[in-house]
Design a protein around this ligand. Sequence first.
Ligand code: ATP
Length: 451
Amino acid sequence: MDKIISLCKRRGFVYPGSEIYGGFANSYTYGPYGAELKKNIKDLWWKIFVQSRRDMVGIDGGIMLHPRTWVASGHVEGFNDAMVDCKNCKARHRADHLIEGALNIEAEGLNEADLTKLIEENDVKCPKCGKKDFTAARYFNLMFTTQLSKTGDEDSTVYLRPETAQAIFLTYKNIVDSMRVKLPFGVAQIGKAFRNEITPGNFVFRLLEFEQMEIEYFIREEQWKGVFDDWLKSMHEWCELIGLHSEKCHEYEHPKEKLSHYSRRTVDIVYDFPFGRSELYGLAYRTDFDLRQHAEHSGKTLNYQDPITNERFVPHVVEPTFGVERSLLAILCDAYTEEILPDGDTRIVMKFAHHMAPVKIAVMPLMKKDGLDMIAEKIFDDLIIDYAVEYDDGGSIGKRYRRQDEIGTPYCVTVDYETKDDQAVTVRDRDSMEQVRVKIEELGEWLGQRL
Ligand code: ATP
């Protein structure tokens, strides 16, 4: 992870947040290439799951929703993590993670008393200072709150959404009334979510502020098993599409007794990160829980009326959910490659799938003079219409290749002195490092076939 984190900073993928103020814990800024990579992930997801499907529509809901949303969804009551503080070094730990790390047993979902007892009876030590002096476990809500400007005595607390899903349930009726959708259909959304995680960490794996790409897929209850299996398959296909090695992607079936309050079945897609196998995405059968809750709390009818039989009922929901930053992290980890070259040097290369690469082509004049720069600029101007292209004229060609390898650019196009005679350029392949001569007039088509 250290090597990947260092490359991300050195090459402009991910920077520590607010660095000039000494940093701001667990916040990050996506640099020019990280921002491109995130955009590629989100654009591809929207293209695959929304624009290419006749059974899907997309929305863009608010980060702040009516506060009663979170009472109905169960988040005000139940979206909690138990924490303990080390009285010696003041470090705060998630109680279940502390126990799991020390005793290698599952502790998620246990009550405060049981967690406290397990820590005390097993002499669990603080991973930071090594002392055994903890407070009792206490549950804290993971939702961030803020205040609306007060009007009278009403409670002015609003929540920053901890998941994007609820905006979809709140919009269900608008979609049914305005979009002529027929079951089964899905509503998708991409957007920020916020969680006051007690132990964020592992780079961008667990953040306070992150983006989700979520789908609520509305079905008839009897369809759920087939729909669930179809989505599981689609999620694996998505992992392959973004370039993840399938042998690193696995399924984790949540045991029945540990399911969230709204779920009848949950399967996570877990990925072999350098720090261990951890959740990448989730797939949950949420039943009709959310729509029923919102119907009850809002007093509105949230039915579906079958256009042929006129039967009315509350649809059930299968929810595939994808984290943008965990996708980014998995892609970075999967692409990171070190190769020993024949001369003994180590080459670092990010072997991104071509369509994920932040930069597709680098155009390089061998020298910034003798008209090579003008030819290179013309090639750049032509290619930029169709591709993310970078113009790179700084340093030796070897150094420029090395930089483009670390950015993961699939093709480097070099204009040299021969170009003036043969109207051709050298194209270097990122993975094989092979170099071929391609006529300038054929370059667009040559690259098009490969990208
Ligand atoms: P975990 O068990 O790791 O806390 P979760 O099961 O609570 O995750 P979900 O509520 O299912 O996560 O959220 C859906 C998706 O959002 C996750 O699969 C993950 O990709 C992403 N996600 C959740 N929490 C975070 C976070 N704190 N930072 C970054 N991404 C997150």
